[in-house]
Design a protein around this ligand. Structure first.
Ligand code: ATR
Length: 270
């Protein structure tokens, strides 16, 4: 079963390791490669992969948006997210899906965090923030507040959802937010060299802080959480969760919680 992840950069992706672990548990032969492709190279690299027998792929930065236009059909969740992270080969082209949101939900549940009736603050208003909001809304939070370095983009993203629970807040005003249960860091600050400045929310809060990134990219936000003595996690569990759903789409093999948690432990120990 020939699979791959396309990205730029992609060399340090953990997806090949994750899918090898899954394949061991499922007793399947999987060849999962990393394919480095720039924005310009992506379409050609995907065609070459298909010609060589590729049956499925993951897309990571910067290809998730471009994934929409290489597919002949899209799942409802890819449409809602405005991005594709999983391609499934069809007879003539690709079907596009998005498993990031369900991966996030799986990890929040693993961490015993409840979304229903909770007040969520999302930092960032780019593709990553857009991708998770529809899935979070499906679990009935009391509110989702979007804040972003560029306030205008937070307002536009909030308006896009046309949902009473979704609103924007200026970064400089988050100190006035009174009842935040969960802060999700969805900005690309961890991947840039610019300073990441985040004011403190109201002092009587103890929100859980979750970074969609992992490794070095999550360091600045997790340090900010530690400075405030907030509990926190990076997004490694989300990576495993989204991979498990992609693996299911390609193989029909549903990996149970134990396999997912064993894979997470394996990555943490590596
Ligand atoms: P992604 O798909 O990873 O979300 P994106 O669509 O380019 O990438 O969006 C990047 C997000 O990270 C934006 O919200 C961006 O803020 P701006 O709208 O102000 O550009 C945010 N971001 C990037 N670098 C940042 C930094 N150093 N500090 C704070 N926010 C940053």
């Amino acid at each position: 079963m020939k699979l791959a992840v396309f990205g730029d950069p992609v060399a340090h992706s953990l997806s090949p390791d994750i899918h090898q672990q899954f394949a061991l548990h499922a007793n399947l032969q999987v060849d999962y490669q990393t394919i480095h492709a720039s924005v310009e190279e992506f379409a050609g690299a995907l065609m070459a992969f298909r010609s060589s027998g590729g049956i499925g792929a993951n897309l990571t930065v910067p290809h998730k948006h471009a994934g929409l236009s290489v597919c002949e059909s899209l799942s409802a969740r890819a449409e809602a997210a405005g991005a594709v992270n999983t391609l499934i080969r069809t007879d003539t082209s690709w079907h596009g899906d998005n498993t990031d949101g369900i991966g996030l939900i799986w990890d929040l549940q693993r961490l015993q965090l409840t979304i229903s009736n909770s007040n969520i603050l999302i930092i960032g208003a780019g593709g990553a923030a857009h991708g998770i909001i529809p899935v979070l809304l499906g679990h009935s939070p009391a509110s989702i507040t979007i804040t972003n370095r560029t306030n205008n983009k937070a307002q536009q993203l909030a308006a896009h959802f046309k949902h009473q629970a979704v609103r924007a807040c200026m970064l400089s005003n988050i100190g006035g937010l009174k009842n935040i249960d969960l802060i999700i860091h969805a900005s690309a600050a961890g991947h840039s060299n610019d300073a990441f400045v985040l004011p403190s929310p109201a002092t009587d809060l103890n929100p859980y802080c979750y970074d969609l990134s992992y490794g070095q990219a999550s360091a600045a936000f997790l340090n900010w959480a530690a400075d405030h003595q907030y509990p926190s996690s990076d997004g490694l569990g989300m990576l495993v969760g989204q991979a498990a759903e992609a693996f299911y789409l390609w193989t029909g093999f549903l990996l149970n919680n134990q396999v997912r948690e064993d894979t997470l432990s394996y990555l943490l120990a590596a």
